[in-house]
Design a protein around this ligand. Structure first.
Ligand code: NAP
Length: 328
């Protein structure tokens, strides 16, 4: 019994040392920001704006891409930041904007180069598939997916040269299938596919790629644009108005508004994760950022068979109401 107990204690001690060392390594910052630049897209508001300010305080040279550099969000960012933060007009759907930003970055590149690109710019809108047009899908994909692809292709050579980081702001909707989020899910699932492929390709160059998966931060950022049941109803043709009755659309609108009135009140959890992805020597491939009580569900969800996940959703109050109200 003695030698067995000895072996067990030694193994426990070894496991303890490995866990502590791993945690310490994960916490240690890879380096401070001095001499390194980070490009962040979508800094007019929300996660992007807070991250830009945080990186500025950490000493990075921040290239803050703003959709409206003359707007109130960009002006407030300029007021709160140091002179080394550069505000740049950047609509990620525009090749010309991306080229101009690249020229500005090259002109002001600090001695250690471009360390990271954070693809954060994004839009969101909710609608059932049949309430949407091809243009609705195309616009969502253009901003959320192709915007990130365009930015990545332009800046990858600079990030590769510094063996740096590329970060993508995805969403739980990349893997969480539910009503009303088809266009957004398409764009975020595509974004994750792109990021996963890039991570594999970049590993041999020493570039690390991370995906941020926020849950519900609707109250903490400017992502939610109000849309009433009437807004949707007016867009539908006669045939669709007969299928989706007005009461159901009103209910869907109230359900969405109430879901978004819950969730995180500040963007801190997300910006901390982004900072970790940029500065940790061991950034994670994915950062799932949901409330503690939701974590087990979202961690398990991608591993469940489709018939089971579809069944789980069919039990929800909203699904039952929808079935009852359609055609009524
Ligand atoms: N908040 C959440 O609950 C949540 C959850 C999961 C994922 N996300 C993702 O997080 C990212 C940041 O969003 P957020 O929540 O911080 O919302 P936000 O406050 O609306 O920030 C998004 C930013 O992107 C900008 N933008 C929109 N279209 C753009 C374009 N074509 N080119 C460049 N910038 C553009 C917006 O500018 P304007 O303000 O001028 O429109 C805004 O500054 C998005 O990718 C979003 O999908 C958010």
């Amino acid at each position: 019994l003695g030698p067995a107990l000895g072996c067990l204690s030694a193994a426990a001690l070894l496991a303890f040392i490995i866990i502590i060392t791993t945690q310490l390594l994960a916490r240690r910052r890879v380096q401070d920001g001095r001499g390194r630049a980070v490009l962040v897209t979508g800094c007019d508001s929300g996660f992007g704006q807070q991250l830009a300010l945080r990186l500025d305080r950490e000493g990075f040279v921040v290239f803050a891409g703003c959709l409206c550099p003359e707007g109130p969000g960009a002006r407030s960012l300029a007021q709160q930041s140091s002179s080394s933060l550069k505000l740049l007009r950047l609509d990620v759907t525009s090749d010309a904007d991306v080229e101009q930003v690249k020229a500005a970055v090259l002109q002001h590149l600090p001695e250690k180069g471009l360390w990271a690109v954070v693809n954060n710019a994004g839009i969101s809108q909710w609608a059932e598939i049949e309430w949407s047009s091809v243009q609705d899908f195309s616009h969502m994909v253009d901003v959320n997916l192709l915007g990130a692809v365009r930015t990545t292709l332009a800046f990858l050579p600079l990030v590769r040269a510094s063996r740096g980081r590329v970060v993508y702001t995805s969403s739980i909707f990349s893997f969480f299938t539910c009503l009303n989020m088809a266009a957004y899910s398409v764009s975020k699932r595509g974004l994750e596919a792109f990021a996963d492929c890039l991570r594999v390709e970049m590993a041999s160059f020493g570039v690390k790629v991370s995906i941020i998966q926020p849950g519900n931060f609707g109250r903490a950022t400017g992502i939610l644009k109000t849309m009433t049941g009437s807004d949707i109803w007016e867009k539908l043709d006669k045939e669709k108005q007969q299928v989706f009755n007005r009461r159901y659309i009103g209910l869907a609108s109230r359900y969405f508004a109430s879901a978004c009135s819950r969730g995180f009140e500040t963007p801190d959890v997300v910006t901390e994760a982004m900072l970790h992805a940029i500065t940790s020597p061991r950034p994670k491939a994915r950062y799932l950022l949901v409330a503690a009580g939701e974590r087990p569900f979202f961690q398990l969800l991608p591993f469940l068979p489709t018939f089971l996940t579809d069944r789980i959703f069919s039990f929800s109050h909203m699904y039952a109401k929808r079935k009852e109200m359609l055609y009524s």
